[in-house]
Write a protein of this length. Sequence first.
Length: 507
Amino acid sequence: MEYLLGIDLGTSGTKTVLFDAAGTPRAAQTANYPLRQPENGWAEQDPADWWDAVCTTVRGVLRQSGASPAEIRGIGLSGQMHGLVMLDAAGDVLRPAILWCDGRTGRQCDEIVAAVGRETLLAVTANPALPGFTAGKILWVREHEPAVYAACRHILLPKDYIRYRLTGEFATEASDASGTNLLDVPRRRWSETMLSALQIDAALLPRVEESAAVTGKVHKAAAEATGLAVGTPVVGGAGDNAAAAVGVGVVRPGKAFTTLGTSGVIFAHTDEVTIDPQGRVHTFCAAVPGCWTVMSCTLAAGLSLQWFRNRFCAAEQAEAEAAGVDVYDRMIAAAAQSPIGANRLLFLPYLMGERSPLLDADARGGWIGLSNIHTKADLTRAVLEGVAYSQRQCLDVFREMGVDVADMAVCGGGGRSPLWRQMLADLYGCPVQTLASEQGPALGAAILAGVGAGVYADVAEGCAAAVQVGQVQQPDAQNAAAYEPFYRLYCRLYPALRESFHTLAGL
Ligand code: ADP
């Protein structure tokens, strides 16, 4: 039997999945670790916890599956992006890793913009300077912990630390490196412009490979710690979203996926690099060699529905619990009784401010058009529709950039709802499908491992062999026509309210 191992280093835990070459999960195990917040707005993890989780889960899947380690043809890593790991000359961790969700680097981001200029920054790194990204964290350590910085010899991203522990190699790959603000994203290599402007020594950074390239082999100490076979190849792998894209088959133009999780993400494949000059959406290198992806992120997609449930649906929750059913299914069944447009009610899902495409932390949510006739079902439907409009608005930016989408996969908790998926299909104007497996990033990492190990000829072949589609929903022309005027009105509400939101933030 031939197996591929996908290791997904998430923020709450590491999930390791052993797949066969047809993409069927044969064993899976997750081990969680804490997130430390030593100060308000900070977020750190101990890389030793990640490594422990990898050792535990790899041993776990080997045990569960009964697979012989020699049958594992390759290992792929996927992981939380942007985190900063610093090692000394001996390869020891110098300080806790600073994570993607750490917000301490606002000032350093301003410094980056001042040093490079906004236009160059966008043209070279394809992204604005964001507090989540790695470069600001490096500057922060240099400023606040000079002794740590002086001792640092290696800078790694989270999953690349696992590669180092498995193989002894200092390597990353283009998709994850795209989230550092240091990569020349169009050229897929470290940017001399960025490094010299920020005075960061290139020797600190790992070499940049492609996602399906073999970057090293499991060494003896790692084999002893994990139960893997010495010499098992470890490929580049990918940042979590880029790995998920492979895991759902988004590997050629026209394909994209939407994640309706807490946040809402659309991730689309493109063969040519394209950058939004306004920075409303991100451009990253794809895990497919020589290709790119554009990504939007709205902050309160599933969160809007969750907030509504928590604040206003205690009775539904109690009923659902008593009946042993999912409260979201109950709420959405009621919302389905309300017509398209929710009886002339619109919802703005800006509960956390908004990132794509508004870039406005002060934007706020609301129902617009409330009337005495409205019921809870209308309010719920408006929430679902508002979130769907916010995704369509992001997709319109992609289309403006020449990245069209003809085929959309949906993942995340919100993707479980057929009504929500149908709204997306109607608003996107393309089929929307679920996937048979929920293993997105781990499967993507395993497919990349299969390419590196020669099990598949290339990423597209790997996806054809291993990604299984679930249910497909087609857009309905009548529904689409009914949504359109509400969507157009939705797009006009934020500009009309922007000044009021800013005033409100200042009161
Ligand atoms: P996370 O982004 O935190 O990983 P999930 O992908 O699990 O979370 O998504 C959680 C969100 O999915 C919830 O906030 C909720 O809005 C939505 N959700 C969960 N279950 C359902 C369901 N059955 N129908 C519709 N939406 C759901």
